[in-house]
Ligand binder design. Structure first.
Ligand code: SAM
Length: 322
């Protein structure tokens, strides 16, 4: 089993399958993807080896992320191979949603269970200003399609002072009849976004206070469900989640590990560097990979130390997936 020296259990893998992204979000890749010709990403067969090793150590949930995972043409094959593993009970994907409307039927057929879509503003002009793309209407249609197929939907909103901090009511009105979970994520400082972070970072605590005042109730989640706090309201089909990495004890409920698109294990989103597992992955040796993972987990730190301004080697989250 993947346990660390702080008593945390890791049953959830965030697997990046590309670091390429087609969006230019202000806080992540404001100048767009700068990595040159994409290459060296794990192949579907290598992903199968990774999944086999993690599953043998108790992982039962896998989330595909990036970069923008849906830019890979072999996403259906990847989902299918993961789905074929009997111990993986949940496959999710974090995506900007630009191809959701077109692709979600195929992904659902292949075994995808859930999508997390990033929408930082429900105002099409603001959405365009943040991402560099005019895709909001097609993303919203994609969400409707996903829901109609029984795919669970969460929407990630990165909280920013001048962009969406005062838009709570508009978001709440949107989810009143929509059975999705809307998750407000505190903007995290990375190596590249210091200036924007200083200008835009806001705590999620005032939103929590406002929700509680307005009759939202804490939804008691399983201890192993990870660090998000969730709220529900009897008059809303949608729920709210708050992800507040700067709050005390955030890391105590960490339940996830990350693997980069080139096969580097990240014990934390903000760990100093990835631990290169590519040779073992390439060899296709599931058992050797599993014992390497168990060994490496001993080095996982208690906290990300983000509150002390530590961002590790993480220049932006597209590097290893948010
Ligand atoms: N391209 C996909 C997407 O847009 O969801 C997946 C990758 S993206 C890096 C994953 C998530 O990280 C998105 O919800 C994004 O908004 C969030 N994110 C990126 N940079 C962030 C930051 N500095 N602080 C908080 N969230 C961030």
């Amino acid at each position: 089993m993947l346990n660390d020296s702080f008593g945390r259990r890791f049953h959830y893998l965030r697997l990046s399958i590309t670091d390429v992204c087609n969006y230019r979000c202000d806080y992540c890749l404001p100048d767009g993807y700068q990595g040159g010709k994409p290459s060296g990403f794990l192949s579907p067969a290598e992903i199968e080896t990774v999944v086999g090793a993690f599953a043998s150590l108790g992982t039962h949930k896998i989330r595909l992320t990036g970069g923008e995972p849906s830019l890979r043409k072999d996403v259906p094959d990847i989902i299918q191979r993961i789905h074929a593993h009997p111990d993986i009970h949940h496959i999710g994907m974090t995506t900007n949603g630009f191809s959701l409307e077109k692709s979600v039927d195929t992904w659902a057929d292949c075994g995808l269970d859930s999508v997390n879509i990033s929408i930082d503003s429900l105002d099409p002009k603001m959405f365009n200003a943040i991402t560099g793309h005019n895709h909001l209407p097609q993303i919203l249609r994609g969400i409707d399609r996903a829901l109609s197929l029984g795919i669970k939907v969460k929407v990630n909103v990165v909280l920013m002072k001048t962009i969406n901090h005062s838009a709570l009511q508009r978001f709440l009105a949107w989810i009143k009849a929509l059975p999705i979970t809307l998750r407000f994520i505190e903007l995290m400082q990375t190596g590249d976004n210091q200036r924007l972070f200083d200008r835009e970072h806001v705590s999620g605590q005032p939103i929590k206070a406002r929700l509680l005042e307005d009759g939202w109730l804490p939804f008691l989640r399983d201890k192993a469900a990870g660090p998000a706090e969730e709220f529900y309201h009897t008059e809303s089909a949608g729920r709210i989640g708050l992800i507040m990495p700067y709050s005390k004890d955030f890391c105590a409920s960490c339940n996830r590990l990350r693997l980069s698109a080139t096969g580097k294990l990240h014990l934390c989103l903000f760990a100093e560097q990835g631990l290169d597992l590519r040779d073992t992955i390439r060899a296709g040796d599931v058992d050797a990979l599993a014992s390497q993972l168990e060994q490496l987990l001993g080095d996982k730190q208690a906290s990300h130390y983000l509150d002390a301004g530590f961002t590790g080697a993480t220049q932006h989250l597209a590097m290893i997936g948010g």
